[in-house]
Design a protein around this ligand. Structure first.
Ligand code: ADP
Length: 269
């Protein structure tokens, strides 16, 4: 019987091991599929501007260069497409860097109210035709473990979107509050909103609700994935609530550091 018990235990261990190996293999397969999809999406995203620029250059090469108006228009259109490609490259770099947040920025800290206030004022100046409201519910300044530039980048992505997708009612509400050990920042607009189905996909890479219109507005569908990737790297979170035709709220959460710990960190510097 002892032999039997031993073999059963060995069998159990083997089953456990094989389950673990399968989980790792599944994860790897999923990762490879995602990478493949990413390369496909990037190629797709580059194909349109490349074709447009090629078309204009061919036109100019044939006869367009002799017509000042065609020359002007083709140059302007090509420049526009090149700028789009440049943005895409920058966004892909940002995305790739966002994936490595934990390795490089884990000791960075930022005072949240100061950053949010500054970005809020920048947007007020940048978009004078919008009404911005700021609701600050923090009882005191809070420190979060995030690299300041990353927090700014996330806020800019969300506020840029709020501006981009609000056409009629130009009103944006920014609020900052705290719940149990977490800071919450909400950005609300009263723009076009999105369906429940779209809300589930907007954080996916390259996802755009209205591809044609988003292209006009300059988006590649990477902004929200960069924001999400960054936040997850800092143990934070992002969520969306929206109603088609009524507007959208994006909420981000970041854990804050206790005052005692902030003092300790400051004394080490
Ligand atoms: P993009 O550069 O296209 O704006 P994002 O990743 O930032 O890419 O957003 C993905 C898509 O989500 C957008 O194309 C848009 O359709 C939708 N979206 C994002 N923010 C909002 C918003 N505030 N209101 C309505 N739709 C939005």
């Amino acid at each position: 019987t002892r032999l039997n018990v031993n073999t059963t235990r060995k069998e159990d261990e083997l089953t456990d091991l094989s389950i673990q190996i399968n989980t790792v293999l599944d994860k790897m397969a999923k990762y490879v599929t995602q990478q493949k999809q990413f390369v496909e999406d990037v190629s797709h995203e580059l194909r349109t501007p490349t074709a447009i620029v090629e078309g204009h250059l061919k036109l100019l090469n044939r006869w367009g260069k002799d017509d000042p108006q065609v020359l002007d228009e083709s140059l302007a259109a090509s420049l526009n497409e090149i700028t789009r490609m440049k943005t895409l490259v920058q966004e892909m770099l940002d995305l790739s860097r966002a994936e490595q947040v934990q390795d490089h920025y884990q000791y960075e800290t930022t005072e949240i109210r100061a950053v949010v206030t500054q970005i809020f004022h920048n947007f007020q100046i940048l978009y004078p035709d919008f009404h911005f409201f700021f609701d600050d519910d923090l009882t005191e300044e809070r420190t979060v473990r995030i690299y300041r530039n990353h927090l700014e980048q996330i806020l800019v992505i969300l506020l840029d979107n709020a501006v981009k997708y609000s056409t009629e009612r130009k009103e944006i509400h920014l609020s900052i509050s705290e719940t149990l050990m977490k800071i919450q920042i909400a950005i609300q607009d009263f723009g076009e909103g999105m369906s429940v189905e779209d809300q589930q996909k907007v954080f996916n890479r390259f996802y755009r609700v209205d591809k044609a219109r988003s292209r006009e507005k300059g988006g590649h569908g990477l902004g929200l994935s960069i924001a999400k990737e960054l936040l997850e790297g800092y143990k934070g979170d992002i969520s969306v609530e929206s109603a088609l035709g009524h507007g959208t709220v994006f909420r981000i959460q970041l854990p804050f550091i206790e005052e005692e710990e902030v003092k300790k960190i400051k004394s080490q510097i």
